[in-house]
Design a protein around this ligand. Structure first.
Ligand code: PLP
Length: 411
C-alpha cells in the first residue's frame, strides 16, 4: 500500500484497538507542535487550492508518489490533511484500506460506476437501489453504452449474467422498504462469476453494518446522512479493500475532478465523533415508534429489520450490529387521508433526506414503489419516517394526533 504523504492521515493512536468507538474519538486529532508541545484537539479545516513546495525536490517526490498511486497532494483538488483524516475515518469505519471522498453520496455512486464500468459493459443492480441511480442510468450510463439490469432480492442471478457483466451493485437494506440482502451470498455469487460486488452502505454507514467484512469489495456511504449527522453537509465516500480497484478509483476520482471543501470534511469529522451515541438513540426511538404503530388499527405492515417479524430479521441479526432511525409503515389510509396525516405532523419535517438529528417524513409515491418488487401488490399508503432525537413521547404524541386528523377525513 502506497503511503499517504499527508501526515495527519495517520490516526495518532499508539494503543491498538479493535473498537471503532475509540477510533472515532481519536482519528484526525491535531498533532503537537514540536516547539511548544501543544495542540488543539481537533484538526482545523485545512482550506487550500494551492499547495506550496519548499523546493523542486519536494515537488518531484510528491509527483513520483502520486504516479505510483499514492495520495500525495500537489494541488488543492484532492484536499490536504483534513481530507486525509476523513478518508482514514471512512476506511476504518468500513474495515477497508482505501477511501475516496466525493462531493455527495450520489457522486460517490457515479465514481464507482465510471471507475468500474467501461463502454460495452453490463451491471446487475438491485431494484431497491437508491432512486437517483435510475437517473444516472438514463441520463449518462446509457449514453456511455453501459447497460444495466435491475433484479429483485432472491431472483436467480446466474440467469441474468451476460458475457459482458462486470459489476454487481446492491444496496442493503434498501432505503425505502429496508429489505435485507444476503451480502455473503451475493459475494460468493460475484466471486464465482468474476464480478465486482459494490454496495451502497449509507444505511449502515460502516457503523452498524460492514459489507467489506462480508465479502463486498466496494462500499459507498453518503456521509450526508449519519456520518455528518446534522443535516448541514453533502458528502460521499467510496471505500475498498482491493488494491486493483483502489487504483481505478484513485485515477477516476482525480480525473473526474471530484473535490470537496475542507470545511465539509471538517464538519464530517466533527459529526462522526458522536455517531455512536446518535445511532444507538435513533435505533431505540425507532423501535419505540414501531411498538406504537403495532398497536394502531391503521397499521398494515412495518418495514424495519430490527423487528423480529420483519422478513430480513434473521439476516439483520447475523450481519448487523445495530439498527438506526429509519422505518417505513404501510397505513390503511386513503391517499387523501395519508396526505392529511403527513401534513398534520409537527415534529416531522417533510423531506427526502435522513440521518440528521431531527425527525423527517416522506410520503412515498406509488411510482417510486413500483420499481421495488419487495413491495408486491400493496395498495395502501407507504410512509417513510426518520425518527430523530426528540423525546419519543413527543414523537408518539405527534404521530397520534396526526393519525386522528387523518381518521376524520371522509371516506
Ligand atoms: C441520500 C442517499 C444517497 C445520496 O447521497 P447524497 O449525498 O444525497 O447525494 C445515496 N444512497 C442512499 C441510500 C441515500 O440515502
Amino acid at each position: 500500500m502506497v503511503q499517504d504523504s499527508r501526515p495527519y492521515a495517520k490516526i495518532p493512536l499508539k494503543m491498538p484497538t479493535k473498537h471503532i468507538d475509540t477510533v472515532l474519538q481519536h482519528a484526525g486529532t491535531a498533532p503537537y507542535n514540536p516547539e511548544t508541545g501543544t495542540a488543539p484537539v481537533p484538526l482545523p479545516p485545512m482550506r487550500a487550492s494551492t499547495v506550496r513546495f519548499e523546493n523542486l525536490a519536494a515537488l518531484e517526490k510528491a509527483q513520483r508518489s502520486k504516479a505510483a498511486g499514492g495520495r500525495a497532494t500537489t494541488y488543492g483538488r484532492m484536499g490536504m490533511d483534513t481530507h486525509a483524516a476523513l478518508e482514514q475515518v471512512f476506511a476504518q469505519l468500513e474495515g477497508g484500506t482505501h477511501a475516496y471522498l466525493a462531493p455527495s453520496g450520489l457522486s460517490a455512486m457515479t465514481m464507482v460506476m465510471l471507475a468500474l464500468c467501461s463502454a460495452g459493459d453490463h451491471a446487475l443492480i438491485s431494484d431497491c437501489v437508491y432512486g437517483p441511480m435510475r437517473e444516472l442510468d438514463d441520463a449518462v450510463l446509457k449514453r456511455m453504452n453501459i447497460n444495466v439490469t435491475y433484479f429483485a432480492a432472491g431472483e436467480d442471478l446466474d440467469a441474468l449474467v451476460q458475457p459482458n457483466t462486470k459489476l454487481l451493485y446492491v444496496e442493503s437494506p434498501g432505503s425505502l422498504l429496508f429489505e435485507m440482502l444476503d451480502m455473503g451470498a451475493m459475494a460468493a455469487f460475484a466471486q464465482r462469476r468474476g464480478l465486482v460486488l459494490a454496495t451502497d452502505n449509507t444505511w449502515g454507514s460502516g457503523y452498524i453494518y460492514r459489507p467489506l467484512t462480508l465479502g463486498a469489495q466496494v462500499s459507498i456511504i453518503a456521509g450526508t446522512k449519519y456520518v455528518g449527522g446534522h443535516s448541514d453537509l453533502m458528502l460521499g465516500a467510496v471505500v475498498t479493500n482491493d488494491e486493483k480497484i483502489a487504483k481505478q478509483l484513485n485515477r477516476t476520482q482525480y480525473a473526474m475532478g471530484y473535490s470537496i471543501s475542507a470545511d465539509d470534511a471538517w464538519l464530517a469529522l466533527r459529526g462522526v465523533r458522536t455517531m455512536p451515541i446518535r445511532m444507538a438513540q435513533h435505533a431505540r426511538h425507532a423501535l419505540e415508534v414501531c411498538a406504537f404503530f403495532k398497536g394502531r388499527p391503521e397499521t398494515v405492515r412495518l418495514f424495519h429489520p430490527a423487528l423480529p417479524e420483519d422478513p430480513g430479521h434473521a439476516l439483520w441479526q447475523r450481519d448487523c450490529t445495530g439498527s438506526n432511525g429509519m422505518l417505513s409503515v404501510e397505513l390503511r389510509l386513503s391517499p387523501a387521508a395519508a396526505r392529511v396525516f403527513v401534513d398534520a405532523l409537527e415534529l416531522f419535517g417533510i423531506g427526502f433526506s435522513w440521518g440528521g438529528y431531527e425527525s423527517l417524513v416522506q410520503l412515498v409515491s406509488p411510482k417510486d414503489l413500483s420499481h421495488h418488487r419487495y413491495w408486491g401488490e400493496g395498495q395502501n399508503a407507504l410512509v417513510r419516517l426518520h425518527i430523530g432525537l426528540e423525546s419519543p413521547q413527543d414523537i408518539i404524541a405527534d404521530l397520534t394526533q396526526a393519525l386522528e386528523q387523518a381518521a376524520a377525513v371522509p371516506g
